[in-house]
Design a protein around this ligand. Structure first.
Ligand code: ADP
Ligand code: MG
Length: 325
């Protein structure tokens, strides 16, 4: 997502910058502060495990900020195991990142944050473990996963494990109330409860839902509005979008897709993958549609404006899918 689009997102605007501003996760914060207060050079690799939207990425970034200060970005490499195609790409990127780095007192090592590590096969994880070892002098890894039991034990045994808790209603409520005050949004308690229930303690989903509701509701949010938005974010939304394209209804498809993306917080690449699997399951994937998707997925890497790309993608797909064709 481009910087400009990202900066309008409340999940970025309200991402805590400091460890002290994070809600809950006291044990994790305490453990990390102990590391920062101790002999940092001896810091082990870290493994963050827990449900989505509970602060894993936020805390990894805040930790780096507290360790390095203003220039933290120079010392941090963020990778996503499911985006970086294969362990070889990860190995190459880490290698380049670790090259020519001389540890200093202020920056005794660089940090590699690897998200979705549990999406890797166990063979890939074995190779990852090797990469961690080879680069251990100049880098520390922070591995992030949802399910600890999907991480191979040789990695578990060589990392300090931090378990993240699902956030309670009180946790999410207080954070959403802070955002509402700041944005001038009126959101009664019953609505906050509704948002919590449908987002299952996932703060990312809760904030995205709040932002969509505030945008649609013009500062006044109701339970009905939330229900309506949640309906639009259901997996069936993609199926509806395909239906609309087949009937040649471009405007409705585009508008539903934008709502879907803003409520779910999914990015253009993730949406393309969802469309791909929907077409596949409906037997609509053929040489033409597959090529359109592959082409856009490729173009996205170089695009500063994914929204324009997604609109163009729908226009292409409508040509290929239209039943009247
Ligand atoms: N514990 C938390 N305290 C405050 N905000 C949080 C917390 N957890 C998540 N958030 C909010 O949700 C968004 C997503 O959080 P993130 O750290 O990316 O979650 P994940 O655990 O999936 O990595 C953040 O931008 C932040 O605004
Ligand atoms: Mg994350």
């Amino acid at each position: 997502m481009s910087e400009r689009v990202a900066s309008m997102l409340w999940i970025e605007k309200y991402r805590p910058r400091r460890l002290d501003d994070v809600i809950n996760q006291e044990e994790v914060i305490l453990g990390l502060k102990n590391l920062l207060a101790g002999n940092v050079v001896e810091m082990p690799h870290l493994l963050f495990a827990g449900p989505p939207g509970t602060g894993k990425t936020t805390i990894a970034l805040a930790f780096a900020r507290e360790l390095y200060g203003d220039h933290w970005r120079d010392y941090v490499l963020e990778l996503n195991a499911s985006d970086e195609r294969g362990i070889n790409v990860i190995r190459e990127k880490v290698k380049i990142f670790a090259q020519y780095f001389t540890p200093t007192e202020e920056a005794p090592f660089k940090i590699v944050i690897l998200d979705e590590a549990d999406m890797m096969t166990s063979e890939a994880q074995t190779a990852l473990r090797r990469i961690m070892e080879v680069n251990a002098r100049v880098t520390r890894f922070i591995l992030i996963c949802n399910y600890l039991n999907r991480i191979i034990s040789p990695i578990q045994s060589r990392t300090a494990i931090f378990r993240f808790k699902r956030l309670s209603f009180e946790d999410v409520k207080s954070y959403l109330e802070m955002i509402c005050r700041n944005e001038g949004v009126d959101c009664p308690e019953e609505v906050l409860k509704k948002i919590y229930d449908v987002s299952l303690g996932d703060m990312r989903r809760a904030i995205n839902l709040l932002q969509s509701a505030a945008t649609v509701g013009g500062g006044k949010i109701t339970v009905e509005l939330i229900d309506n938005l949640v309906g639009k974010a259901s997996p069936e939304a993609i199926s509806k979008i395909i239906d609309m394209l087949r009937m040649g209804n471009f405007e409705s498809a585009r508008s539903l897709l934008y709502d879907f993306m803003s409520v779910t917080g999914l990015d253009a690449g993730e949406v393309i993958r969802l469309i791909y699997s929907e077409l596949l399951s409906r037997n609509l994937l053929n040489a033409e549609t597959a090529e359109i998707l592959a082409d856009f997925e490729y173009r996205l890497q170089f695009s500063l404006n994914p929204e324009i790309q997604i609109t163009a993608l729908l226009a292409k797909l409508i040509g290929a899918l239209s039943v009247g064709k």
